[in-house]
Design a protein around this ligand. Structure first.
Ligand SMILES: NC(=O)c1ccc[n+]([C@@H]2O[C@H](COP(=O)([O-])OP(=O)(O)OC[C@H]3O[C@@H](n4cnc5c(N)ncnc54)[C@H](OP(=O)(O)O)[C@@H]3O)[C@@H](O)[C@H]2O)c1
Length: 289
């Protein structure tokens, strides 16, 4: 870890006002006694993004690591010198490492972060039937990782409000990832939630706690895991309905945590110890109180 003052880390995107990443990473820097600070860099448009990267290349720029969030995870690709093979397949980057020569390395820790959480939940995707609601940036990472692991699901069905976007996502991923067990459905009933082992919501429905359901909640059942990538509120109406049906439920806070830990590991050049991970998790949980 580079610790000569002032080492800067941070997140680029917009909007960033509610990002919990500064809390999590600054807590880790403090616990590790590293003289570094994690900041938010709100970039309002592509022009600001371009100028930001021009500045990042400057020899005296003290920024050595960044997270990338909406809407720039794909837009940063042209600025990266070396892309990690997984991130290349996903076509999206959420973590950058910048070395002393100002060379920029890109990684994707969203997919692996999701997978780490599934492991924590003791959910093995092998031979499972998985259904996904939504086809945005989060689905891109989750779907990629689920199609690349050795523990292959039997099938993955995706439903999105805008069918063409889901189709385009799967088509674009297909050029680098085997998507033969993925089906985009046009009609939500064709998801067959009643037969699913895992339902993942990646849409923003539930973000405001609104009692709106994309699926028929009577199809939820006790032999499934219902995963909502939303973490605020902690329990979305979907998770509440799933719990009432006896299903195992999980929100997205641990996915956020694990992607953050994996990003931090890239910056540190090593895996951080469990005691520091605990500090990061506590900081995240504290940020939601
Ligand atoms: N836990 C984590 O670590 C983590 C990480 C990233 C994001 N998230 C959360 O994941 C959610 C999605 O983020 P994202 O980056 O994937 O967003 P995104 O790329 O903008 O995609 C949003 C998705 O939600 C769908 N959607 C939005 N409003 C809808 C509505 N009213 N009815 C039905 N579908 C609707 C969109 O459908 P259309 O294609 O039809 O527009 C699209 O599929 C957000 O709530 C975000 O906070 C969590």
């Amino acid at each position: 870890m580079l610790s000569e003052p002032p080492a800067i880390y941070g997140i680029i995107g917009t909007p960033l006002a509610h990002s919990l990443s500064p809390l999590m990473h600054n807590a880790a820097f403090k616990a590790l006694k590293v003289n570094a600070v994690y900041k938010t860099f709100e970039l309002v448009d592509d022009e600001e993004l371009k100028l930001f990267f021009e500045d990042l290349r400057e020899k005296d720029n003290p920024t050595f690591g960044l997270n990338v969030t909406v809407p720039y995870k794909e837009k940063v690709l042209p600025y990266i010198d070396v892309i990690d093979p997984f991130a290349d397949k996903v076509g999206a980057v959420n973590t950058l490492v910048i070395d002393h020569q100002r060379k920029i390395f890109g990684f994707n820790t969203d997919g692996p972060g999701f997978l780490s959480h599934l492991e924590e939940l003791k959910f093995n995707p092998k031979d499972k039937r998985i259904v996904i609601l939504g086809a945005g940036g989060t689905t891109r990472s989750i779907l990629s990782v689920l199609c690349l692991i050795n523990q292959k699901p039997t099938n993955i069905k995706i439903f999105n409000r805008t069918y063409s976007k889901a189709k385009a996502l799967v088509d674009s991923l297909s050029s680098k990832i085997d998507m033969s067990n993925v089906e985009v459905v046009d009609n939500i009933e064709d998801l067959n939630v009643e037969l699913a082992d895992l339902l993942i919501n990646t849409t923003s429905v539930g973000l405001k706690g609104e009692e709106k359901f994309l699926i028929d909640t009577t199809t939820l059942h006790k032999d499934m895991l219902v995963y909502d990538v939303i973490y605020n509120p902690k329990e979305t109406p979907l998770l509440k309905a799933a719990k009432a049906k006896g299903a195992q439920t999980a929100n997205g806070l641990s996915m956020l945590f694990y992607q953050g830990v994996l990003a931090f590991n890239h910056w540190a050049g090593t895996d951080i110890e469990d005691k520091y991970k605990k500090v990061m998790r506590q900081a995240l949980e504290g940020g939601l109180k």
